[in-house]
Design a binder for this molecule. Structure first.
Ligand code: DX5
Ligand code: ZN
Length: 218
């Protein structure tokens, strides 16, 4: 599977969103990570389908949507209308996970499950055959700019082995604290998509995104 840098919009300058998106696109980025936070599941509030819908007409980036939302099923149709191609829900935030994944698929989107750092890979066993993506959180969700939790590397390897054993083309994504100094370890552990927020958006977004892209051989 092709490696992708997936910049997280959370760290972008929201006053200059148009420029920020253009900068990552000039660097050849094709995927955008959208962090939706509800102030309940995580101690922060970000943005929702209304804001995402406003971005959609202005970019062709693939919208990889990370829902840090408790019981988010009621929002799935709104995210679909907003133009999201993939919704990832948290294992810890959804009671009827199998049903939620089916609902996302029924709306024509890809579906993923995210695991908090303390949640073991083994919880994926019964849901893995239904997934398009597994997101291993390498920080506790809620905020950008935190440090990568290195004990997540063995977990990434474990999930990779589970995916390989399943024989299905399930994307493995890591999110949180990833930068140019540690991205190689994350890729070597088996990740396909690497999310990076504060390491991409900030001073010179295009330059930072280009440096990542070169690292990924793009
Ligand atoms: C954390 C979010 C991440 C975050 C990544 O709750 O899910 O996507 O924006 O930001 P960095 O790369 O700065 O850790
Ligand atoms: Zn995220």
């Amino acid at each position: 599977m092709e490696c992708q840098l997936v910049p997280s919009l959370l760290s972008a300058d929201f006053y200059r969103l148009e420029e920020e998106l253009a900068a990552v696109e000039r660097a050849g980025v094709t995927h955008l990570h959208l962090d939706v936070m509800d102030g309940q599941f995580v101690q922060n509030i970000s943005y929702g389908p209304g804001v995402i819908a406003k971005l959609r007409p202005h970019t062709d980036l693939f919208f990889d949507t990370h829902l840090m939302v408790r019981e988010p099923s009621y929002l799935f149709p709104a995210f679909q209308k907003a133009g999201c191609q993939l919704l990832t829900v948290h294992w810890e935030a959804v009671t009827h996970l199998h049903r939620a994944i089916q609902e996302i698929h029924a709306l024509g989107m890809k579906a993923g499950v995210a695991l908090n750092p303390a949640t073991p890979a083994s919880v994926l066993e019964s849901i893995l055959p239904d997934l398009d993506l597994v997101l291993v959180m390498s920080v506790n969700p809620g905020f950008g700019g935190q440090s990568f939790i290195t004990t997540m590397l063995p977990k990434i390897r474990l999930v990779k082995a589970m995916i390989e054993a399943s024989g299905r083309p399930i994307i493995l994504e890591a999110d949180g604290g990833i930068n140019l100094d540690n991205v190689d370890e994350v890729l070597e552990a088996g990740c396909d998509w690497v999310v990076a927020g504060s390491a991409v958006f900030g001073k010179d977004t295009e330059k930072a995104a280009r440096a990542f892209q070169e690292h990924l051989g793009k």
